[in-house]
Every structure is written in structure tokens, then in C-alpha cells.
Design a binder for this molecule. Structure first.
Ligand SMILES: *Cc1c(COP(=O)(O)O)cnc(C)c1O
Length: 400
């Protein structure tokens, strides 16, 4: 019997029917994995007027200065260096700390983490991940240290904190720097420790897909004023003053428009996190009983930002592979994302590295083949979250 789609009034939901039986409900509008959280447009207008009147567009203008200060206050950190994007911030951060040789990092991240090493002429050394947190497995770092190792670059994947104490103690023992890719960790705090103050520096991303956005943007968080100054020089072509260039600088500056958006973003990010928390709770309550679907919850001492909602699909238990779930969700008008797949270590650019072998990275390879990030953003209605869960359950039940 044919599957029919019947419109269900004006509520934005369509019903899938076989004969008289409703077998599923889907959203009329496509649901993407995220939607940027933007301040009200009318609030931006006065900032635009100010920029047009001042004619100061970049180079550390008034909005840049104000945002740098307010962001540091908001995050309760000492120093913030704003950037045009996080990839430039990662590249400059490594140069600022004069990292060279080999750096131990995770293959389970967005590719920019490894690219930043490559752009600095550093050899990435991939370390396997912990299946509980999907972050670098701190117990496997030490075995990868060689005389050429100068630093560790972990990622707080999905904003879940790495084992920062363990990582620091290894770094201290071997005299290594620690650079955290904290692109997902905006606003995440641990009980008595500020996550962004762990290690030598942390890098944030404000890309449009991130929890907190300036369209494109990023920042380096540091505790050391000398380092902060060196980063300021490096992101501005290396200029220490009008005539002195002190390093191989680059143009990494955030512009005034981005900074103006960022200032307004600070007013709305708190609400966004609250809304996302209830979305995550709804997902968990409707998926936790589904066999073969695992969800994640950060430890109790972590105040989480709900930047992503990853699930792991166990093909044997669930009956359907991750890739099939991903494709079948599209039929429900739901566009999830396979973050992170493929693994960086399996990409043609990096798969030739000795540490990129599958034998070295069994857990990362396993997780990358099972993970799926479901839509999560403040405007996502709980009704739609339930539709997504229904769709997943129907896939498991083998319904069309
Ligand atoms: C988004 C992201 C980046 C890159 O950020 P951009 O601001 O887009 O350059 C780096 N690392 C991770 C883990 C990311 O998710």
C-alpha cells in the first residue's frame, strides 16, 4: 500500500499515512543540525550607525576593544585575543608559543585542529580517544612522546571537558606545552576550575555553526600578559609598533562588525544554553529507552553548554547502521551531521602519517563510524525534538 503525506493543518507537521494508519509525522520545514543564534536585528542598527560614523572598520577599533574586555569578563579569564576565525587563532597560537617538531593531538575533531599544526610545519601525532568522553585518551599520550615532542593539543569535543589534570601532569613531567582547541567549549565551566584557563592557551570559535557566533570569528584565551602581547603582534602582521616587525605575523584581526555582533551575542547566549538544555533533556528522555542508541551526559561537576547532541548508533542492537539512520532521517526532513566523520587520520592529506594507522586508533575509528549529531539549537521546538525521536524509533522498527 502506498505511503501518503497528508497535511495536518497549519502546525508545520505533516503526517505519513499508509491506508488509514498514521505511521509517522515529519516537519514540513527542513530541520538542520543547527541554526545560528542571532541578536535582534534592531539592536545591531545603532552599532552599524556608530561604525559608519567613525569610519573605523578594523585594526583594533572601539568595538574590538570593548568586546575583548567584555568577553574576558564574561568568561572570567585574564586575557582574550580576538581573531577573524578560530583556524587563524590556532595557527597563531602555536607560533606564539614557538611550538615545533611533533605535537600529540586527537584525530577525532574538525580538520582545522590538524591543519593548524601542518601550517606551522609541525608533525601531528595522533592519539586514540576515550570512548566515554570521545576526547583524547590521556592514558595513551605518554607512549607517543618522543624527543621531538613539544606540545599536546587536545580538543574539548562537543564541549565535554578533557582530563585536564592528567594531561597537565604529563605535560609538566616532560616539559610540554598544552594548547586546547576549545572551539566547542564556550561557556562550559567545571566546579572549581575554569576550563578555558587549563593548559597554556585555549582557542574558541565563533563560526556561524557554533553556540556563540560572530558570523566568523575566534579567540585565544591566555593567562600570561607577555603571551597576550606577542599574539597581538602576530595577528597584526607581527607589528610591535609602526616600524618594528617582531615575528612572522599574519592578518588574523577580527573586524568591527564581527565585534559588534559579538557584544550583542553576550546578552543572548545564556538564554540559548537554557533552551538547549531542555532540548537535550527531551532527547534523552525519548531516546534513552531505544535499544542501540547511546546518548551522553557530561559529569555532574560540569556546567555544560549543550553545543551538540551526539548519539552513537550500535548497528547490531539498533538493527540499522549509522549511515542508514543519517539517510533515513533526511526522509523525515531532518538533516543530522556525522561529526566527526571521516576521522582526520583517514583523510588523504594525513593518512600517510605513521600515527594515522587504524591499529593505533581503534576507538576513534569505531566512534567515527557510529556517531551522529542530532539537531540542537534554541529555536528548535520540543515538538520537533519528539518528531525526530519518533523518526528514529520508526527506523529501528523497520517502518517505511
Ligand atoms: C569549528 C572548529 C574549528 C575551526 O573554527 P573556525 O572558526 O571555523 O576557523 C576548529 N576546531 C574545532 C574543533 C571546530 O569545531
Amino acid at each position: 500500500m502506498a505511503i501518503r503525506i497528508t497535511r495536518d493543518g497549519d502546525d508545520g507537521i505533516e503526517e505519513l499515512t499508509v491506508g488509514n494508519e498514521i505511521i509517522g509525522r515529519i516537519s514540513e520545514e527542513p530541520i538542520y543540525v543547527t541554526k545560528p543564534n542571532l541578536p535582534p536585528l534592531e539592536k545591531l542598527y545603532p552599532s552599524l550607525v556608530a561604525i559608519w560614523n567613525r569610519k573605523i572598520l578594523t585594526n583594533g577599533g572601539p568595538f574590538h576593544q570593548e568586546f575583548e574586555m567584555k568577553l574576558a569578563e564574561f568568561l572570567r579569564v585574564k586575557h582574550v585575543n580576538l581573531f577573524a576565525n578560530a583556524t587563524l587563532a590556532l595557527i597563531v597560537g602555536l607560533e606564539a608559543l614557538r611550538i615545533s617538531g611533533e605535537v600529540i593531538t586527537t584525530p577525532y575533531s574538525f580538520v582545522a585542529t590538524t591543519h593548524a599544526l601542518q601550517w606551522n610545519g609541525i608533525t601531528p601525532v595522533f592519539c586514540d580517544i576515550d570512548p566515554q568522553t570521545m576526547n583524547i585518551d590521556a592514558d595513551k599520550i605518554e607512549a607517543l612522546i618522543t624527543p621531538r615532542t613539544t606540545a599536546i593539543m587536545p580538543v574539548h569535543v562537543y564541549g565535554h571537558p578533557c582530563e585536564t589534570k592528567k594531561i597537565q601532569s604529563i605535560a609538566d613531567r616532560y616539559g610540554l606545552k598544552v594548547i586546547y582547541d576549545a572551539a566547542h567549549a564556550f561557556g562550559v565551566t567545571m566546579n572549581d576550575r575554569n576550563l578555558l584557563l587549563e593548559g597554556d592557551m585555549s582557542i574558541l570559535s565563533f563560526h556561524g555553526t557554533k553556540l556563540f557566533t560572530t558570523f566568523e570569528g575566534g579567540a585565544i584565551v591566555t593567562k600570561d600578559s607577555t603571551l597576550k602581547k606577542r599574539i597581538d603582534f602576530l595577528k597584526n602582521f607581527g607589528f610591535a609598533d609602526e616600524v618594528t616587525v617582531v615575528g612572522p605575523g599574519i592578518n588574523g584581526k577580527m573586524n568591527e562588525l564581527q565585534a559588534a555582533v559579538g557584544l550583542l551575542g553576550l546578552e543572548i547566549v545564556g538564554d540559548e544554553i537554557v533552551k538547549r538544555r531542555s532540548i537535550a533533556q527531551t532527547y534523552r528522555s525519548c531516546l534513552d529507552l531505544v535499544k542501540g542508541i547511546a546518548t551522553f551526559e557530561p559529569p555532574g561537576d560540569v556546567s555544560y553548554n549543550y553545543s551538540y547532541f551526539p548519539i552513537l548508533v550500535d548497528e547490531e542492537e539498533f538493527g540499522v547502521s549509522r549511515d542508514e539512520v543519517y539517510e533515513r532521517l533526511k526522509e523525515c526532513n531532518v538533516f543530522a551531521r556525522r561529526y566527526f566523520y571521516p576521522l582526520i587520520s583517514n583523510m588523504p592529506t594525513y593518512r600517510g602519517l605513521p600515527s594515522a594507522s587504524k591499529e593505533n586508533l581503534p576507538i576513534a575509528n569505531e566512534i567515527a563510524s557510529r556517531v551522529l549529531c542530532l539537531p540542537i539549537y534554541g529555536e528548535l521546538e520540543l515538538r520537533d525534538v519528539r518528531l525526530i525521536c519518533d523518526c528514529i524509533r520508526n527506523i529501528a522498527a523497520g517502518r517505511p
